[in-house]
Design a protein around this ligand. Structure first.
Ligand SMILES: [Zn+2]
Length: 245
């Protein structure tokens, strides 16, 4: 490694350390709260009780890390969650328009939209181009910080393990999702990486916001796609039969 490279590496390390220090200062209260919650977890054996609670309003659930205290939302908070989920649904439509699985995501900080994205793995030949990843990248670029402390990510479908890992890295405060993903969901369905006790950051999970709308968007898409595949197969068969006659 030449001097120039080594200088730039040490400069970037210093920048990283600075960020880390700033984060510690910014969220010292948060870090303390987490360690308190961890202590609570030992006492309350969260493996037997994951702390998920049904709310009075509908099927919306909140799952705080290592906590099983009764939590409720105000109607204003529920409206906020619905508002941003509706926005995420419009982003899912954009994915569908280009033939991608309709999943949309947006990042909100202090009531303001700071990033948004939708699925583009096929279009971009990029297996990492999930809605959450694109939304968080846009948000981090917008606020010029690789940490999104205090931010909330809204996504129409439960995050996968890749996105959940990235959300922990980004130190996102809360994830709000619509439909559950029984096959790959990493926010409680298959595993819960967002609140894994071995990781150094746990994220509050709110599930079930506009769950039906989010689920229908996906099931309608897959139904349509199956129909198209079936029609294409039928057409091919007819064509082959025509040729053989
Ligand atoms: Zn993902």
């Amino acid at each position: 490694m030449n001097d120039q490279n080594s200088n730039s590496l040490s400069a970037s390390l210093t920048k990283e350390q600075k960020h880390a220090e700033e984060h510690q200062q910014d969220s010292s209260g948060e870090l303390k709260r987490q360690s308190e919650e961890r202590d609570l977890a030992i006492e309350s054996e969260p493996s037997k009780h994951d702390g998920s609670l049904s709310l009075h309003d509908n099927a919306i659930q909140i799952k705080r890390p290592f906590q099983d205290a009764c939590e409720t939302f105000t109607s204003e908070e529920i409206e906020q969650h619905k508002h941003w989920m509706k926005h995420a649904l419009t982003l899912a439509d954009k994915a569908e328009l280009i033939g991608e699985v309709p999943v949309g995501a947006c990042v909100v900080l202090n009531g303001e939209l700071i990033g948004e994205g939708y699925n583009t793995p096929i279009t971009d030949n990029d297996p990492s181009a999930h809605a959450e990843l694109r939304a968080v990248k846009a948000a981090a670029s917008q606020v010029q910080n690789y940490r999104l402390v205090d931010a909330t990510l809204y996504v129409t479908l439960e995050p996968c393990s890749m996105c959940a890992g990235m959300l922990v890295h980004a130190r996102v405060k809360r994830v709000v999702f619509g439909a559950k993903d029984a096959k790959t969901g990493a926010a409680g369905s298959v595993m819960n990486l967002l609140q894994h006790s071995a990781l150094n950051h746990q994220i509050e999970i709110v599930s079930g916001v506009l769950a039906d709308e989010c689920a229908h968007k996906l099931s309608d898409f897959f139904r349509k796609r199956r129909k198209e595949i079936k029609a294409a197969k039928k057409a091919k068969k007819l064509e082959e039969n025509g040729e053989s006659d």
